[in-house]
Ligand binder design. Structure first.
Ligand SMILES: *Cc1c(COP(=O)(O)O)cnc(C)c1O
Length: 390
């Protein structure tokens, strides 16, 4: 039986619990997204530490694959990119959440593009850019119906008339964000697309042209029901191998990039009727072997998964039993013969002579009533990220 390709136990003696991030799979997902999106340009969204995968190695791989620019949620998230030699300083980074006016100096210092949603911010950014002798690139953010940020479409023309005169600012992009692109019912999504297209037309008629029109999150990339004029895709979750919802009519051909892996640290044989872990919430139904693994809720294995999660060992599934602790949890392996040090996968896939089995973040998300996004970004910093195929 051969179900591990590489043994990290010796290489990472400080922590046997690791998240393996497969950069070749990340790049394959990027290509699948770009193809589905009509081979237009792509702004990979690497916010929240690349959805928990590690921003610098992921950004480097995505740039190598041809990313036009990178998207982050806050200016602070660009700091590790701008201070790392592996990331070319020339790569544009856009902050997709509109800034406060007082953030201008940091945007200049880090050479960031901003998403404009207020004239006050535009004026402050223009003044700071002029003061420091820079030209800042901006994107006009429209609120076409998400109602989170952006200006109403009917104010866009007025906004551009005022903002386009501001010195040291180039508004070269226009963007919006969809509320329901990943849902079966497409009506609201289509309404938002129509508002975007109508506004674009109005602005074009008045002579305002944009190098980039971007709106397509993962759900919109997967959608083929609209001929939207997006010139720059803005996917996040799909890059990391997940479709934004199980409802998509034609899911994107992507696979999970992250595996979560640990190894057995101790084993005990228990008689029937013995309790396991805090609160004695599990009692052995028969004589069995309980394996302890060094991962718990402080790593992102949420305590509310108690009684609901399983692992893979030796190409087979086994349940996590008893209350999940902060640093450890227990697995009922029955009569299987494993040794201390045996590899255990919590997320990922394993192949044995019985075929391939897998557990993905959607499985946890379903148990927890959430989405894969929250699972992936919830794998905490205590878990070392190990990069494969870089
Ligand atoms: C997070 C985010 C995205 C990416 O969305 P996914 O559903 O992960 O593809 C795109 N645009 C904005 C503005 C975002 O906040």
């Amino acid at each position: 039986m051969n179900y591990t390709t590489h043994d990290y136990r010796q290489e990472y003696p400080l922590r046997t619990t690791i998240a393996e991030v497969d950069l070749a799979q990340l790049r394959a997902n990027f290509r699948a997204i770009r193809t589905r999106g009509g081979n237009t340009e792509v702004m990979p969204v690497v916010k929240a530490d690349a959805y928990g995968h590690g921003i610098v190695p992921c950004a480097k791989a995505l740039i190598a694959e041809g990313a036009t620019m990178l998207g982050v949620a806050f200016a602070a998230e660009a700091e590790p990119l701008r201070s790392d030699r592996r990331i070319p300083y020339e790569i544009p980074i856009a902050v997709v959440t509109p800034p406060f006016p007082h953030g201008a100096a940091e945007y200049c210092r880090l050479n960031l593009e901003f998403c404009a949603a207020s004239l006050d911010t535009m004026r402050a950014f223009s003044a700071e850019a002029a003061r420091t002798g820079r030209i800042l690139n901006a994107h006009l953010t429209l609120d076409t119906g998400m109602h989170r940020d952006g200006i109403p479409p009917n104010e866009a023309l007025e906004f551009m008339r005022s903002a386009s005169y501001l010195p040291n600012i180039t508004i070269h992009g226009i963007c919006t964000h969809f509320a329901t692109a990943d849902e079966v019912d497409k009506r609201y999504f289509h309404l938002q697309v129509r508002r975007l297209n109508d506004t674009l037309q109005t602005l074009r008629d008045a002579g305002f042209l944009f190098r980039y029109v971007h709106a397509a999150n993962s759900g919109a990339v997967a959608d083929s029901s609209t001929e939207a004029a997006f010139t720059l895709l803005r996917p996040g979750i799909a890059l990391y191998g997940y479709n934004p919802s199980p409802e998509l009519a034609s899911p994107l051909d992507v696979k999970p990039v992250m595996s979560l892996k640990t190894s057995i640290i101790s084993l005990r044989r228990l008689a029937a009727g013995e309790p396991v872990s805090y609160g004695r919430r599990y009692t052995t139904p028969r004589e069995t072997t309980i394996a302890t693994i060094p991962i718990g809720y402080a790593d992102g294995l949420r305590r509310s998964l108690t009684g609901k999660a399983r692992v893979m060992i030796g190409g087979q599934y086994f349940p996590i039993v008893g209350t999940i602790c902060m640093d450890q949890c227990m697995v009922d392996v029955g009569d299987a013969k494993f040794s201390v040090g045996e590899s255990v996968y919590l997320l990922g896939s394993q192949t044995s002579e019985h075929g391939e089995i897998r557990i993905d973040a959607d499985e946890w998300a379903q148990e927890l009533g959430t989405i894969s996004y929250e699972i992936l970004t919830g794998i905490t910093a205590r878990v070392p990220r190990i990069y494969l195929n870089s």
